[in-house]
Design a binder for this molecule. Structure first.
Ligand code: PGA
Length: 252
């Protein structure tokens, strides 16, 4: 069975001092009465990863980065490598977030290289895919999303796919308060799993966790998580405060 994963994407929010404060607040609750039937991940900015790692080391909360460069080292000014992330205790890395695609011009080709390299260095990629509003209105949501899925997974083999995490994040739902309906999200998640199944086989498709992202909040998480193909959430805004993130972690 797939263990639900609730992931916080802090984006470019939180100084080190603020990050430590938030993690301390989260750990107080997560350690008391934490259910083993779900996994929690936080992805703070690069500067906060190193100071947070020792706080999280003995906790049930995993640490991830929001991006990385697809090489172990080199003359890539301003970039961070998977080796560096591994060294400080990251186990996940968000790749291909729509903000990376739109603001920084990341292409499917680059994202696919990142996914492959993350796997090579033992990091679990959280590959983000999803359509824009004009694409949805034009009836292209599924074609665009599945195209990004195929391109992002590139030439990976079935054994490499089963541990990876996919996040379906319709771009129009990110940071807007405008969530996909549970039925629309479920339909896309089922299409993603169907595509994985036809390419890699049903066993692999059954093992892959598919998160929903885009304005996940305390008041909509329960109905989203009740959908059979929604295996977790990638949470932006609502992950920046302990109370709202904990309510999402404790979805029912
Ligand atoms: P949001 O962001 O929850 O603030 O919509 C989600 C994301 O960008 O991963």
């Amino acid at each position: 069975m797939r263990t639900p994963l609730i992931a916080g994407n802090w984006k470019m929010y939180k100084t080190v001092a603020e990050a430590v404060e938030l993690v301390e607040a989260l750990l107080k609750e997560v350690e008391v009465g934490y259910a083993d039937d779900r996994q929690v991940l936080i992805c703070p900015p690069f500067t906060a990863l190193y100071p947070l790692a020792p706080l999280l080391a003995e906790s049930p909360v995993a640490l991830g980065a929001q991006n990385m460069y697809p090489a172990s080292q080199g003359a890539f000014t301003g970039e961070v490598s998977p080796v560096m992330l591994q060294e400080i205790g990251c186990s996940f890395v968000i790749l291909g977030h729509s903000e990376r695609r739109q603001v920084f011009g990341e292409t499917d080709e680059l994202i696919s290289k990142k996914v492959q390299t993350a796997i090579d260095y033992g990091l679990t990629p959280v590959l983000c895919i999803g359509e824009t509003k004009p694409q949805r209105d034009g009836g292209e949501a599924e074609a665009v999303t599945l195209g990004q899925l195929r391109a992002g997974l590139g030439g990976l083999a079935a054994e490499q796919i089963q541990d990876i995490v996919i996040a379906y994040e319709p771009v129009w739902a990110i940071g807007t308060g405008d969530t996909a309906t549970p039925a629309d999200a479920q339909a896309m998640h089922a299409a993603i799993r169907g595509a994985l199944s036809s390419h890699y086989g049903p066993e692999t498709a059954d093992a892959v966790r598919i998160l929903y992202g885009g304005s996940v909040k305390p008041d909509n998480v329960d109905t989203l998580m009740a959908q059979p193909d929604i295996d977790g959430a990638l949470v932006g805004g609502a992950s920046l405060q302990a109370e709202s993130f904990l309510r999402i972690v404790n979805f029912r």
